[in-house]
Write a protein that binds this ligand. Structure first.
Ligand code: ADE
Ligand code: ZN
Length: 330
């Protein structure tokens, strides 16, 4: 099973690059950049990874990201992830980053973009990648708009915008202006919705922000009419099983609704969210959910096909990767 899943061509569509910061790199960069962490060593960092909910994770995640200072830090972070993704059979990755996490502490957005670009370009013959700029929903909507405008100088270095951070009480519609400007700039649109927040947030992400994919979306299952709409419109859900387990969305993976939604015809995909914090990269997520829900070979092939179809690649590039899946499974 592990060998089969590792070789299965797949895309990763829900991955926060800041969430790939491994404790060793966090500790090294803190020392090099003279950043004080609330942890004395790598073991203490790992020991902090027990989360009660999304916010208790975000507190640790933003503290960790504070060690990223120079372009070469951002490049090293991206390179380490791309090595790992290639080893897990990822052929294409659409990668979230949170510019406000860095600009709010005085790092220039140029530093962030140039660091990522150096790594992306170095790996381009082994894995195709795109960036998705995420707005932090716990910050004011005006900050999202100004972040987007500053980033448009780098328009050719990202393909989409997203929305992340603490969901409850920060509904999608607050960010309608930033999304309208992003769409006008030709960017694709996604948003986290229905992770901890209600099914209604999924609906407003679709109706008001006009997103093309929903990140997580597990709570959509509470509303049968919404599920029917996701099926009818072919809206992908980028699910992250180990994240949902660690953040107590589904404390027992056997209760996860991924298979139920897949069987209902929703375009479900498997992804890793913040793999350094949640105990596994994309292959670990495929293995854990396959085991918990007894997914069979056809389910797993369908999930991999969904991941390719849900990308923002051009149709001919999608066709090449889908044909690779067909060849591989024969
Ligand atoms: N930022 C990083 N991971 C996140 C998640 N799972 N939900 C919301 N914001 C995030
Ligand atoms: Zn996420």
């Amino acid at each position: 099973m592990e060998t089969f899943l590792r070789g299965l061509p797949k895309a990763e569509l829900h991955l926060h690059i800041e969430g790939t910061l491994e404790p060793e790199m966090m500790f090294d960069l803190a020392q090099r950049n003279d950043v004080t962490l609330p942890y004395a060593n790598v073991a203490e960092i790992r020991a902090a990874y027990e989360f009660e909910n999304l916010q208790s994770f975000l507190d640790v995640y933003y503290a960790g990201a504070s060690v990223l200072v120079t372009a070469s830090d951002f490049s090293a972070l991206m390179s380490a992830y791309l090595d790992r993704a290639i080893a897990d059979g990822v052929r294409h990755a659409e990668i979230f980053f949170d510019p406000q996490t860095h600009t709010e502490r005085g790092i220039a957005i140029e530093t962030v973009f140039t660091g990522f670009a150096a790594a992306q370009d170095r790996y381009a013959d082994r894995i195709s990648t795109s960036l998705i700029l995420c707005f932090l929903r716990h910050l004011p909507p005006e900050s999202a708009v100004s972040t987007l405008r500053a980033a448009l100088v780098w328009r050719d270095r990202f393909i989409a915008v997203g929305l992340d951070s603490g969901e409850a009480g920060n509904p999608p519609e607050l960010f309608v202006d930033a999304y309208r400007e992003a769409k006008a700039a030709g960017l694709r649109l996604v948003a986290h919705a229905g992770e901890e927040g209600p099914a209604d947030y999924v609906r407003s992400a679709l109706d008001i922000l006009h997103v093309e994919r929903i990140d997580h979306g597990v709570r959509a299952a509470d509303d049968p009419n919404l599920v029917a709409r996701l099926v009818a419109e072919g809206i992908p859900l980028t699910m992250c099983p180990l994240s949902n387990q660690k953040l107590q969305v589904f404390p027992d993976l056997r209760d996860h609704n991924l298979k139920q939604l897949l069987d209902q015809g929703v375009r479900v995909t498997i992804n890793s969210d913040d793999p350094s914090y949640f105990g596994g990269y994309i292959l670990d997520n495929y293995l854990a959910i396959a085991d918990a829900l007894n997914l069979d070979r056809d389910d797993l092939i369908l999930l991999a096909r969904n991941s390719i179809e849900a990308t923002f690649l051009a149709d001919d590039a999608k066709a090449v990767l889908l044909a690779e899946i067909d060849d591989y499974v024969q």
